[in-house]
Design a protein around this ligand. Sequence first.
Ligand SMILES: NC(=O)c1ccc[n+]([C@@H]2O[C@H](COP(=O)([O-])OP(=O)(O)OC[C@H]3O[C@@H](n4cnc5c(N)ncnc54)[C@H](O)[C@@H]3O)[C@@H](O)[C@H]2O)c1
Ligand SMILES: [Zn+2]
Length: 358
Amino acid sequence: MKKIDVHLQDDSYSIFIGRNFLSDIGSLIKNKYSFDKVVIVTDDIVDSLYGEVVENSLLKEYISARRIVIPHGECSKNLDMLRYIYNQLTDFGITRSDLLLTLSGGVIGDLGGFAASTYLRGIPFIQVPTTILAQVDSSVGGKVAIDLDGGKNLAGSFYQPKAVFIDIDVIKTLPVHYFYDGLAEAVKCGCIGELSLFTLFESIKTKEDIEKKLENIIEKSCQYKASIVEKDEKESGLRMFLNFGHTLAHALESFKNYQGISHGEAVSIGMSVITENTERMGLTEKGTEKKIKEILSLLHLPIKTSISIEKLMPYIMHDKKIRGDFITLVILESIGKPKLIRVPLEQISTYLATGSSL
Ligand SMILES: NC(=O)c1ccc[n+]([C@@H]2O[C@H](COP(=O)([O-])OP(=O)(O)OC[C@H]3O[C@@H](n4cnc5c(N)ncnc54)[C@H](O)[C@@H]3O)[C@@H](O)[C@H]2O)c1
Ligand SMILES: [Zn+2]
């Protein structure tokens, strides 16, 4: 099993990457940590596939375990489900010497992680991400959150897990849509700094190629994200590079009310559109747009939208990166060379024009 250490002083932890180890996760946890009880937070789909395997592996090690099963999907990342989890934790008599284990994609990781960060002012948690998005992105970095009526991820905290266990084999059951969707964030890591990852994507031609190289893709993405988070845990500088493609992506997602477009698809469009514009403006090396779009298209990800920048502007104005009359955008000077630029709000449309009049 591969191990990536994330160095964050008292909050340091390791990411373990391997294959087919879910039935041994109990002993893996017991060998490294000491917890009295474990509560597994998962969703109905993942529970039906892996819930029992994980619970039995804990029971085998004489660790008492219980599953909290939430309906799958973004609509569960809310205050009602958070209350439900808190109540279950109380019922199960969870204390600070127990563990909360999240088992599923980014929704459960964010919701369960936020519950762990606030229950009893913080109980230990471990992430077992089972989607590509969660394995390459959301399980690393310690951002946990729930959605509020006013928008996505509006209540949250920075709370690092005690460990992340990534089992590549669980991806076999992931629907193909989520497979490609999660890879958008890995391509992003390649664009903003992990050049070997970008080269690896350039060598890919088929889904079989990706499957063969998946371990490498996940490892390089985690390694890269961990290195950024180590330098800027609370997103005051360097970590902002991870927002490449995200200004337009967030606007597209909220324009569509988070329906009919997934996060990876939105990020794919966001990276393509901003690079198309900055290349035209002479801020990005010629040929960069083509290289990025070729990879994204091969991964069946969209590279354009029919929604005009005028329609998206009201949503962009809610972006968290706006300060006064300026917004900070991430652009590429070339592949592997991101740059933060402060753009006056009245000039946003030059950078994010979608080329559509609808
Ligand atoms: N915390 C962060 O830094 C961060 C970063 C990016 C995204 N996110 C959040 O992540 C969420 C999206 O996560 P996601 O894309 O993983 O979606 P998700 O958690 O909704 O999972 C997608 C679907 O796949 C199913 N599933 C999961 N693993 C499976 C498996 N192995 N086999 C079969 N089905 C499986 C789930 O039941 C769900 O229906 C969003 O809420 C987003 O805000 C957080
Ligand atoms: Zn993202």
